[in-house]
Design a protein around this ligand. Structure first.
Ligand code: BG6
Length: 507
């Protein structure tokens, strides 16, 4: 990523050995709209704290929390301090650093979606320097994105160095996504709009590109000639918790697939970009999203599975079912799904991509499994399963390749699977940063490589929407699965039909 960062105008220094040194500390004004919310407390402030601790943030930077609560700056800082204590890893937390960091934090009580509120408090906090990055991070409900952008513009706070960061979900379908993009786009140019997908902030997701495009040994076999199928799994043990009202209107397809998993899929499947720049990279991802085979009602009936968790046991604990979590007598929202997707390109013709995600599954695990084709002519009688490359996105970040080897313990020439495994944490002897650390600093630098372009959002919705509509028509009925399970049996059948099985437990 070194060249790309340099190309994006960062002040990072590239050392003679090509390694990137710690970037110069950045000075900026960062306005967090929705500053008392869960995301700010659990993710944004702890991520900023880590960046500050690493020396990436200049002492003149300002992080300005904005929310409706009538808090003083001091009151907000003590809330923030409690959040840091709770959510920063104990190995990183330090009272003195936290105090210094909180010295950068300000608070303004303001309803930002209300154009006529008194904005002078916020305006006074912002530096008049034109070149200083000014970021508005909208960590609120999506229905407030456009009113917030309108109000920021109405109050003349947009400078040339301003950017707006929008959390997912961008809309709930094609039409509502277009409304948000059009509305925000009236005031901010596409180069100023940073649509976050926190999966792109994960080191292991970024590493898909390094593995593919910096290792010709992999890239040369990365196609339909050598690869039989690809599995992308994002399983979670948590239920919907307090997010029931949001989740029930979204479901797993909107919550995880439209954004995170389609992004992962496009990184796995894309052609090499001409250069490692935001424009080229996103052009290639977009081509994959556009090449996804549209699903007819018939495909939806045969190639998708949707299910909802009932009560069960997770991590040894009895947990209630989705309806009880939601506090509603009925709901047809899916909390788990599996989809068999196809990509209509020369590279991937005939290679199914299976996507699976679910809440209240047996374990928390996000992986990409690349299954290589078997030997066309097997000379060994006991051929073990052909090679699998497993990218462990989380936990136990790493990569493994299973290979057939001669079993030294057998008297005859027998084969056994041996696994080449790299555990990134051990290999690099480093802490794995939270996704938001990279993303926040990239937004400050104005580097869009890790953010989603408008046409990507639109292409994802174009593929997702027929599935949503098909499910609304009950083309594929909703099933149930007990909490703590692997999802319904029909998700196994989706692969079994093609002669494959899900890889379980990579830990
Ligand atoms: C969020 C979804 O975007 O991603 C959540 O809204 C989900 O429902 C979360 O739990 C998963 O993220 P991660 O980083 O834990 O895999």
């Amino acid at each position: 990523m070194a060249e790309q960062v340099a190309a994006a105008g960062s002040s990072s220094k590239i050392q003679a050995d090509g390694k990137q040194s710690v970037p110069d500390a950045a000075a900026f004004d960062f306005v967090i709209v929705g500053a008392t919310g869960d995301l700010t407390m659990r993710k944004l402030l702890p991520a900023f704290y880590e960046c500050f601790r690493r020396g990436q943030i200049d002492g003149s930077a300002k992080i300005i929390g904005v929310a409706r609560s009538p808090l003083s700056a001091e009151g907000y800082r003590s809330k923030a301090q409690a959040a840091l204590k709770d959510f920063v890893a104990s190995a990183s937390y330090d009272d003195a650093i936290s105090r210094d960091f909180l010295g950068l934090v300000q608070y303004v009580s303001l309803d930002m979606s209300g154009r006529d509120a008194d904005w002078t408090g916020l305006a006074n906090q912002l530096s008049a320097e034109k070149e200083r990055p000014r970021v508005f991070y909208v960590a609120t409900a999506p229905k407030l994105y456009v009113p917030t952008a309108d109000a920021i513009a109405h109050n003349k706070l947009i400078t040339e160095s301003s950017r707006i960061v929008l959390e997912k979900p961008i809309g709930t379908d094609q039409a509502t996504a277009a409304e948000i993009n059009d509305g925000v786009g009236q005031h901010f140019t596409e180069e100023q709009i940073f649509r976050i997908d926190h999966y792109l902030g994960k080191q292991t997701v970024q590493n898909i590109l390094a593995l593919r495009f910096a290792n010709p040994i992999l890239e040369r076999v990365w196609n339909a000639d050598s690869i039989a199928h690809v599995q992308i799994t994002a399983a979670e043990t948590v239920g919907v918790g307090k997010r029931g009202p949001y989740y029930d209107s979204a479901g797993a397809l909107r919550d995880m697939v439209q954004n995170h998993l389609l992004q992962v899929l496009s990184l796995v499947a894309m052609e090499p970009p001409t250069a490692f720049s935001a424009m080229d990279l996103r052009d290639e991802k977009l081509k994959i999203l556009r090449a996804l085979k549209p699903m007819s009602d018939h495909d939806i009936a045969t190639d998708t599975v949707r299910a909802q968790y009932g009560e069960g046991r997770v991590d040894g604990e009895q947990v209630p079912g989705y309806l009880e979590d939601l506090g509603a007598p009925v709901s047809t929202t899916e909390t788990c799904l599996a989809i068999r997707a196809e990509i209509r390109t020369a590279r991937w013709a005939g290679v199914p991509f299976y996507i699976r995600t679910g809440k209240r599954m047996a374990r928390k695990e996000t992986t990409v499994v690349v299954q290589f084709r078997p030997q066309p002519w097997a000379i060994f009688t006991d051929n073990p399963e052909p090679g699998q490359l497993v990218l462990r996105i989380q936990p136990n970040e790493g990569v493994s390749l299973s290979l057939a080897s001669k079993d030294p313990a057998s008297e005859q020439y027998r084969l056994k699977e041996a696994v080449l495994d790299v555990d990134y944490v051990k290999a690099f002897n480093t802490r794995y940063p939270d996704s938001y650390e990279d993303l926040l600093m990239a937004a400050v630098r104005g580097d869009q490589v890790l953010f989603i372009r408008r046409d990507e959002v639109e292409a994802s919705w174009r593929w997702i929407e027929p599935i949503l509509r098909g499910w609304e028509k009950n083309v594929r009925p909703l099933e149930t699965y007990p909490a703590g399970d692997q999802g319904p049996a029909s998700s196994d059948e989706l692969l079994a039909r093609d002669g494959f099985v899900w890889k379980e437990s990579i830990q």
